[in-house]
Design a protein around this ligand. Sequence first.
Ligand SMILES: Nc1ncnc2c1ncn2[C@@H]1O[C@H](COP(=O)(O)OP(=O)(O)OP(=O)(O)O)[C@@H](O)[C@H]1O
Ligand SMILES: [Mg+2]
Length: 248
Amino acid sequence: MNKIAITGKGGVGKTSIAAVLSILFSKEKKVIAVDADPDSNLAASIGFPEPGKIVPISEMKDLISERTEYKNGFFKMNPKVEDIPEKFCPEFNNIRLINMGVMKKGGSGCFCPENALVKTLVGHLLLQRDEVLIMDMPAGIENLSRGTAASVDAILIIVEPDIKSIETARRIQILCKDLKIKKVFAIGNKVTNTDDENYIIENLKDVEILGFICYDNFFRNFKGIISENNISIINQIEKIKLKLGGIQ
Ligand SMILES: Nc1ncnc2c1ncn2[C@@H]1O[C@H](COP(=O)(O)OP(=O)(O)OP(=O)(O)O)[C@@H](O)[C@H]1O
Ligand SMILES: [Mg+2]
């Protein structure tokens, strides 16, 4: 289980959990952390130095035109991407960060050079690289595209003990069923007691819940630093990581 997409409603904790999982996996293996949220903050949450200076792939204009352009004015749909992670994406403590940037949506925008490069790169990372890959998805379900979702080994849906995040989780689960993705799991985040855990269990019966993470003020605005203050939350996420490792 080494290519994992993290999804769920806005604000449930996707980025924080993606950051901790990336850090925990990076102690054993090389990790590719993919920030697929245009409102990107995965780099900061992992603790990358100067995260604001990381240029998203979709904004690398020279690279995009160099890789996608044909002389006759049309552009290549399958540009060369193999060297992009090492040449253009920063690495920090065994974690390579790929910031996708903003994908153009709808109509002819789907067939623009930026999207072609980003999509080809995601496909390459998912299918041809053997690092652990953790993908922090944008909130909601629209962005769980057929290509991405079908190529990951597992989808982790983060939920809170609140009905809205559970409804989003159910919609994601239905979408995954349609896409025939079998490994779909939930994580209950920001729980404060066993009532919260039971609420999630009762309302999300068809999804295997991998674990629960407590609400903890010391985990707010996590920026990659593990300390005695937040170690209990980190240990809860470590348990989830071990379960992921055990799933074939
Ligand atoms: N277990 C927790 N205890 C306390 N605060 C938490 C916990 N998990 C996440 N948070 C806080 O909740 C807020 C939202 O978390 P995060 O940014 O990780 O969510 P997200 O799902 O990625 O949000 P978005 O949809 O905006 O990308 C942050 O302030 C974060 O620090
Ligand atoms: Mg986020």
